[in-house]
Design a protein around this ligand. Structure first.
Ligand SMILES: *Cc1c(COP(=O)(O)O)cnc(C)c1O
Length: 362
């Protein structure tokens, strides 16, 4: 393999497209005649302004983001949004959350600090291995929004269709599925994603927010950084942004456009995940932990049912050049994260290895 890289199945920070890493390398010492690296550049320089403008424009084109939505690049990762969302969107102090796994649980705990949180559906009863039916939720009239985590990175469940919010604003954490398939932005009031899962380096979140949800009348103690208006009014540059992450993400947006956009990406992701799921469905040693119709295309947890054997498989995969397959402690076993940048060959090679392991240890 070129560069002697490992197949990296990490849930995040995660593998990035090699052509993007190569471009970044080539521009490292002197970005396009500027005489400096992007890391060294003033964020107020025209050359950097072009980088951020293009990143936003390319993302808008990729996702067909309507003009009445703002695109914001904010620091603090996805976790900061657990607080920023209620701080900014809770006008009546009431919101509905669907509890589908570890990340929605964290969002719920944080939102409770700011208002009245209704957990309107949950899949806790079976350790979050499915998405509850959300066709007829009990949503209070004055609820400010309905919140979902659209792909639960740890539990490996994804929403086959969006909940019926009965006209209320939908807020979605897309961190671990962002740009993995086409997305109809106007179905949502706010979409956000920490970029270190499926796009670029850690330390930034992309927020796509409908303009009418950006308010001025926040609690006056709200930190200025925590107001969406601050970021919207200043083109994501009220203070120094994560210049490097914006630059790298911009390259990934261009790369996705060059391969045919999100329709093509979805095809590849379905094809790739199928290799893994076909194997799990035929294996006698390994079992996927999620009900079939809710299986994620991005994060695939699986177990042998025997903790010692799980640990043995993880060690064997690592020794063979397949890294970061240890499952999260709340699910156990293994987890293969197969984000956009994981090539199909990586999954095929892993499956061959697991088949061989099963034959030798079964
Ligand atoms: C990783 C992750 C987060 C937290 O992201 P940070 O950037 O580490 O704060 C939130 N939600 C989901 C779905 C995630 O996968």
């Amino acid at each position: 393999m070129k560069y002697n890289r490992t197949y990296n199945f990490s849930a995040g920070p995660a593998t990035m497209p090699e052509p993007v890493l190569e471009e970044i390398r080539d521009e490292m010492m002197n970005y396009r005649g500027s005489g400096m690296c992007v890391m060294e550049m003033s964020h107020r320089s025209p050359v950097y302004q072009q980088i951020i403008d293009e990143a936003e424009q390319d993302l808008r084109e990729l996702m067909h983001i309507p003009d009445n939505y703002k695109v914001l690049f904010i620091q603090g990762g996805a976790t900061l949004q657990f607080a920023m969302i209620p701080m900014n969107l809770m006008k009546n102090g009431v919101a509905c959350y669907v509890e589908t796994g570890a990340w929605s649980k964290k969002a719920i705990a944080e939102a409770k600090k700011y208002g009245d949180v209704h957990v309107v559906a949950s899949s806790k009863d079976r350790n979050f291995c499915y998405i509850p039916n959300c066709d007829d939720l009990d949503i209070p009239e004055n609820a400010d929004y309905v919140y979902i985590c659209e792909n639960e990175t740890i539990h490996g469940v994804t929403w086959p269709k969006l909940p019926n919010t009965k006209g209320h604003v939908l807020v979605s954490d897309q961190s671990s599925m962002f740009l993995s398939r086409p997305c109809n932005v106007s179905d949502y009031g706010l979409i956000y994603a920490g970029v270190q899962k499926n796009v670029g380096p850690a330390g930034m979140v992309v927020v796509i927010i409908r303009e009418d949800l950006i308010r001025e009348d926040l609690d006056p103690r709200t930190p200025i950084y925590m107001s969406y208006k601050t970021h919207a009014d200043n083109g994501s540059m009220y203070n120094t942004p994560n210049c490097w992450a914006i630059y790298c993400c911009g390259k990934v947006f261009k790369y996705l456009k060059s391969i045919g956009g999100l329709e093509e990406m979805e095809k590849r992701n379905i094809d790739k995940a199928q290799v893994m799921y076909d194997f799990l469905d035929s294996s006698k040693m390994f079992t996927g932990t999620v009900d079939k119709e809710f299986r994620s295309l991005m994060n695939i947890p699986f177990v042998t049912g025997d903790k010692e054997l799980d640990a043995k498989v993880v060690a064997a995969t690592k020794a063979a050049g397949y890294d970061n397959l240890k499952g999260h402690k709340s699910v156990g076993g293994l987890r293969a994260s197969v984000y956009n940048a994981m090539p199909k060959e990586g999954v095929e090679a892993l499956v061959e290895f697991l088949k061989k392991f099963e034959a030798e240890n079964g």
